[in-house]
Design a protein around this ligand. Structure first.
Ligand code: CTP
Length: 371
C-alpha cells in the first residue's frame, strides 16, 4: 500500500499557509488490512480510518457516485484497484486535488499548482456538481484567500450558477449550511463569501431571510478591522448590524434571520445586544442617562458581566467603521463595576423600604450614568 498526504494540507503547504489538519489517502489497501494495522474505522460503510496515535484521517482511495439529493446521497467504491488519480479526480477544486508522496513528490494531475500560482479556484470536473455543498465551499475558500488575490474561474462560477438553478441547494440541511457559513465568517474576508454566493444566485435559497447586503461599503470597511482574534460571534454580530440596523422592526427581523440560519443562540443574543447598544455607545455624549443605563440593563450586563466584553468588541469594530476611532472600552467596564457596587442590602440598611428600595437603586444607577 502507498500513503499520500492530500487535500488542504498539500494546498496550504504550497501556499505557505498554516496547516491545521492533515488528511491522508491510502492506495492499494483494504478495510481488513487497515484494521489489522491498528487503524480505527470511522463508520461501518465509509472507507475512512483514524490513525491510532496521531488521530489523523486515512481514507482508502475511492470513487464516488451520486445516488440521491443533497449532501448525503453518495455511493462509494473503495477497493485496492482504485488509483490515486481516480481518487483525486472526484475532488472539488484543482488546488484541493493534489497529493504528496512520502518522499515529497507532488502528484498533480489537474494542474492544481498552476492554479495556485495563478490564484484561481477552479473545479476539477463536472463531478463537482454531485455535491452541492461545494458551492459554499468555493465561496468559503474565496473568503479565506481573497487577500492573496484568488478569484473563482468563470467556468466554475457558471457551474455554481447552474447548481443554484436546480433544487439541489434546497436539499442541504440548515446545519451544513450554518457550518460552512460559520467557518466563512471566521475567514479573512467573510463578505467575499456572501458576495460570491450572491453572484452564483444562491443566496435566495441559502439565506432567504437575509436582507440585501445594502451596506457593502461599510461591510468591506468593517472586515478590514477583523483580526485573527476576533471571534466568529463578534464578527457575525457586527456584520448583521450593518444589514438590520436601519430597517423596520430590526430586532424581530434579526431574530427571524437567526432562526432561519439555525445559528447557536449566542450568535443571536450578541447580535441583538449590538443592535440595541451600538447607537448609544457610539454617541454616548448625546445619550440620556436613562438610555445609558438601559444599555446595561437590557443586555443584563450587571447579572451577566461576561457579556460586556464581546459587546464592546463588536461595537468598537463598528465605531472604527463608522467613526474611524475605537471605543474607550475601559470606560464602560469601569461604569459596569461601579453599577455593580449598588447593592439592595446596603439600601435596606440605609433605611429604605418596599417600593422605595427599587426607586433608590434606580436613582443611584442613573446618578452614575449621568457623569
Ligand atoms: N473534498 C471535496 N469535496 C467536499 C469536501 C472535501 O472534494 N465536499 C475533498 C477536497 O479534496 C478537500 C479534501 O476533501 O481538500 C479535504 O476536505 P476538508 O478537510 O473538508 O477541507 P480542506 O480542503 O482540508 O480545507 P480546510 O482547510 O478548510 O479544512
Amino acid at each position: 500500500m502507498e500513503i499520500y498526504l492530500v487535500g488542504g494540507a498539500v494546498r496550504d503547504q504550497l501556499l505557505d499557509y498554516p496547516v491545521y489538519d492533515k488528511d491522508w489517502v491510502v492506495v492499494g489497501s483494504s478495510p481488513d488490512e487497515m484494521i489489522s494495522l491498528g487503524y480505527k474505522p470511522v463508520g461501518n460503510d465509509f472507507p475512512v480510518f483514524i490513525h491510532p496515535e496521531t488521530g489523523e484521517e486515512y481514507a482508502l482511495a475511492r470513487t464516488e457516485r451520486k445516488s440521491g439529493k443533497g449532501y448525503t446521497g453518495f455511493q462509494y467504491h473503495a477497493s485496492p484497484d482504485v488509483t490515486l488519480e481516480e481518487d483525486l479526480s472526484r475532488r472539488d477544486l484543482t488546488i484541493n486535488a493534489m497529493a504528496q508522496s512520502s518522499n515529497g513528490h507532488i502528484v498533480d494531475p489537474f494542474d492544481g499548482q498552476k492554479d495556485l500560482e495563478a490564484r484561481i479556484l477552479r473545479h476539477v470536473s463536472s463531478a463537482f456538481s454531485e455535491d452541492p455543498l461545494r458551492v459554499l465551499r468555493v465561496a468559503r475558500f474565496a473568503a479565506r484567500y481573497a487577500h492573496l488575490g484568488f478569484s473563482v474561474a468563470p467556468e466554475t462560477l457558471a457551474l455554481m450558477q447552474q447548481i443554484a438553478a436546480t433544487d439541489e441547494l434546497a436539499h442541504l440541511t440548515r446545519e451544513r449550511i450554518w457550518a460552512e457559513t460559520e467557518r466563512a465568517i471566521g475567514e479573512q474576508s467573510p463578505l467575499t463569501f456572501f458576495r460570491l454566493l450572491n453572484q452564483a444566485d444562491a443566496t435566495q435559497t441559502l439565506f432567504p431571510e437575509l436582507l440585501p447586503l445594502g451596506k457593502l461599503n461599510e461591510a468591506k470597511q468593517l472586515e478590514t478591522h477583523f483580526t485573527p482574534d476576533t471571534t466568529t460571534t463578534v464578527r457575525f454580530a457586527a456584520l448583521v448590524y450593518l444589514c438590520f440596523a436601519t430597517i423596520d422592526n430590526p430586532a424581530e427581523q434579526l431574530t427571524h434571520f437567526c432562526q432561519g440560519l439555525r445559528c447557536p443562540n449566542g450568535f443571536r443574543d450578541l447580535s441583538l445586544q449590538v443592535l440595541h447598544s451600538t447607537d448609544k455607545l457610539l454617541n454616548w455624549a448625546h445619550t440620556s442617562a436613562d438610555e445609558r443605563l438601559n444599555v446595561y440593563l437590557k443586555s443584563d450586563l450587571l447579572r451577566r458581566p461576561e457579556r460586556l466584553s464581546p459587546l464592546l468588541e463588536a461595537c468598537s469594530l463598528l465605531a472604527q467603521t463608522f467613526k474611524n476611532k475605537t471605543l474607550d472600552t475601559q470606560f464602560y467596564v469601569n461604569l459596569q463595576t461601579e453599577l455593580k457596587t449598588i447593592q439592595p442590602a446596603d439600601i435596606i440598611q440605609a433605611g429604605f423600604k418596599g417600593a422605595a428600595i427599587g426607586e433608590e437603586i434606580k436613582r443611584r444607577q442613573l446618578a452614575l450614568c449621568t457623569t
